[in-house]
Design a protein around this ligand. Structure first.
Ligand code: FDP
Length: 295
């Protein structure tokens, strides 16, 4: 992790971004400005989520010119809004490949995950947290509602190599391949070198991912007989969380290939997604490979 200058124990996200920018003399400040805008968006969405008044939220329709594109899922886990369960926002930032003098195009968005310049999420839970990476570790900030600032609360997050939890929607069991069933059964019951894990499934990707990132765990949304590619979207769900988890020492795969190596063909493309603690994801990859079938 790049070192951050601190003269006080409280570091706001604005100051953190500014200090990180200073470490890159070539920076124009455009990425920092985008991150500041994201913080503001996070505060606005958080306020709306807390008031459960989502009807008047604005989504800018105009595309501006600039060096970057941002892909985001503004409210992931939306089926949980009405029942007061944690939800989140996921974002992914790419450097544009088309000319910044013209408006952004599809080619700017359809880039392989490892080319992301920044990615992260905002979790609207018991507190609001913003967790992000620019490729130099993963840092978490908690919104202090009394002053309206995100404060650095989780510097340089590292995820445990072996997880306590497995997170999967087990109601899909009968639709999975035997290989996926073996993987989940091993997480559930233990299997030689794999100790049995505890189950935790909120059904809100950001919340499930965040818990596993901090406490250690593996989240799975494999393909099934209804949808071979599963449910989750590559560009604005799987890829940004894959960058975060890898920066924290974990792994993300579609069962055969690293998520960050997948070349997207469509904006809303889905992908099977297995993500979390390195040893657990490696274990899943090994079983799936041995059985020769995709997740
Ligand atoms: P939701 O449909 O509530 O928006 O991709 C969306 C998502 O939630 C994820 O946040 C969550 O992990 C997953 O779908 C839950 O899907 P299942 O209900 O099929 O388990």
């Amino acid at each position: 992790m790049a070192s951050v200058h601190t003269s006080t124990s409280v570091i706001t996200i604005e100051r953190f971004i500014m200090e990180q920018e200073r470490l890159h003399p070539e920076a124009t400040g455009e990425l920092s400005n985008l991150l500041y805008d994201l913080c503001l968006a996070a505060k606005i969405i958080s306020r709306h989520v807390r008031r459960a008044g989502l009807t008047d939220m604005l989504c800018p329709q105009t595309s501006r010119r600039g060096k970057y594109v941002i892909l985001y899922d503004p409210l992931d886990g939306s089926s949980n809004i009405d029942v007061n369960v944690s939800i989140g926002t996921i974002f992914s930032i790419h450097r544009r490949v088309t000319s910044p003098k013209s408006g952004p195009g599809l080619a700017d968005c359809l880039q392989v995950g490892k080319k992301q310049v920044a990615a992260g999420y905002i979790l609207y839970g018991s507190s609001t947290m913003l967790v992000y990476t620019t490729g130099q570790g993963v840092h978490g900030f908690t919104l202090d509602p009394t002053i309206g600032e995100f404060l650095l609360s989780h510097p340089d997050i590292r995820t445990p190599a072996v997880g306590k939890y497995y997170s999967v929607n087990e109601s899909n069991w009968n639709r999975w391949t035997p290989a996926v069933q073996r993987v989940v059964a091993a997480f559930k019951n233990g299997d030689g070198r794999m100790q049995a894990k505890n189950a935790r499934y909120i059904g809100s990707l950001v919340a499930d991912f965040h818990r596993n990132l901090i406490s250690g765990g593996v989240f799975l949304y494999p393909g099934d007989t209804r949808s071979a590619e599963g449910k989750l979207r590559l560009l604005y769900e799987a890829a940004p969380l894959a960058l975060v988890v890898e920066q924290a020492g974990g792994l993300a795969t579609d069962g055969r290939r690293p998520i960050l190596d997948l070349v997207p063909k469509h904006l809303h493309q889905k992908t099977p997604f297995i993500v979390g603690s390195k040893t657990d994801v490696d274990f899943a990859i090994e079983i799936l490979a041995a059985e020769g079938v995709p997740a």
